[in-house]
Ligand binder design. Structure first.
Ligand SMILES: Nc1ncnc2c1ncn2[C@@H]1O[C@H](COP(=O)(O)OP(=O)(O)OP(=O)(O)O)[C@@H](O)[C@H]1O
Ligand SMILES: [Mg+2]
Length: 335
């Protein structure tokens, strides 16, 4: 049944909006292209298509940086345009549920709330949902009765590690490590080992392709610019070098996971020990990552089936089901 509500997950790389009216969701790049001072040129995936290719008079940027809104004006514009597209041009009053990381300042938290009010989308009520809580509901965890849920969301610029109990957050850390750091490491290694300069998109493609080539010991072929000759070339890249380049970033994520696990109160440890930890976010799909976390912690790692959409799935359940109503709060009720 359609409900007049939207759920929004603003990521550092992707924006996702659940449309309660027709029970569908959209995902596009959380990106804007502005021509000159303030003329909207493109948004979402079409802005991303221009990224690294646009002429100087067009600025292509991400308004969310490290999980928080860094550019309020452009974020307002994006939310307005995406909602307007979903409503096919006639925005009607609706409720909004917005996922927010826990480990942010009061001002940063408030910005998510104000964003919905300021973006001219006729918000009736605006609710804040802790992102980790939405992730847990999105992974079908009985979050309101479980006494210990350990949730890890690895995104583009952030990894959020949270400990939940009885529907609330006990501890949470947002670290500035995610898929982008893997891409940077790959770029650095390819440059060093092959004298080859590759762009961000190529590095990301190489990372995502690892899953397929790793099993067959194949090498991957990429296009880039030879640093010595200055000319575009095609080169074969050893996947072992690609994987090794990411080890340091993987270790830093694992270290942070262990730190939070070590600080987990023993009363909450039993559920975590029995059920294992939960892993989601686009970056969680990195080849071998889940196994490495399992090895390092000695715990079962439950991997989300739809890692880029768990937050939005959770928001959808929270806005529809009465039993989850207490998980959404207006800004006055949040800490
Ligand atoms: N198969 C894959 N293997 C490795 N990484 C992947 C794969 N698929 C997607 N990713 C990475 O997932 C990241 C995007 O994930 P996600 O959409 O969860 O981030 P986000 O929510 O926008 O960012 P954040 O939560 O940090 O604000 C990108 O870095 C992308 O390269
Ligand atoms: Mg995210």
């Amino acid at each position: 049944m359609g409900i007049n509500a939207y759920g929004i997950d603003l990521g550092s790389s992707n924006i996702r909006i659940y449309n309660g009216n027709d029970d569908s969701y959209m995902m596009e790049k959380n990106m804007i292209a502005v021509e000159g001072k303030d003329t909207l040129f493109a948004y979402g995936d079409s802005a991303f298509d221009m990224y690294e290719k646009a002429p100087d008079n067009i600025t292509v940027s991400y308004p969310v940086v490290n999980g928080v809104i860094a550019d309020i004006r452009n974020m307002d514009t994006l939310v307005h345009y995406f909602i307007n597209d979903l409503c096919k041009g006639s925005i009607k009053p609706a409720d909004y549920y917005i996922a927010v990381p826990n480990d942010v300042t009061e001002v940063e938290r408030r910005a998510f709330y104000d964003l919905v009010l300021d973006s001219n989308v006729k918000a009736r009520n605006v609710y804040i949902v802790e992102k980790a809580v939405a992730d847990a509901v999105g992974m079908d965890i009985d979050v309101k009765t479980s006494q210990g849920v350990f949730m890890i969301d690895i995104g583009y610029q952030t990894t959020e590690i949270s400990l939940l109990s009885l529907g609330g957050i006990v501890a949470s850390r947002l670290i500035k490590v995610g898929g982008q750091k893997f891409d940077d490491a790959i770029k650095g290694a390819v440059r060093k080992e092959y004298n080859l300069f590759i762009g961000n998109k190529t590095a990301e493609k190489l990372k995502v392709a690892m899953r397929d080539v790793q099993h067959t010991n194949q090498s991957a072929i990429v296009y880039g610019r030879d640093i010595v000759m200055g000319l575009p070339v095609e080169k074969e890249i050893d996947t072992e070098i690609v994987f090794e380049s990411m080890r340091e970033t993987i270790s830093s994520i694992i270290d942070s996971i262990k730190q939070i696990l070590e600080r987990t109160p023993p009363e909450l440890g039993a559920d975590i020990y029995h059920n294992g930890i939960y892993l989601t976010g686009g970056g969680s799909q990195l080849v071998h990552l889940a196994d490495m976390i399992a090895d390092a912690t000695g715990l079962i790692v439950n991997v989300s089936e739809e890692p880029v959409a768990t937050v939005i799935r959770g928001l959808n359940c929270i806005m529809r089901e009465k039993r989850f109503a207490s998980l959404a709060r207006s800004i006055e009720e949040t800490k």
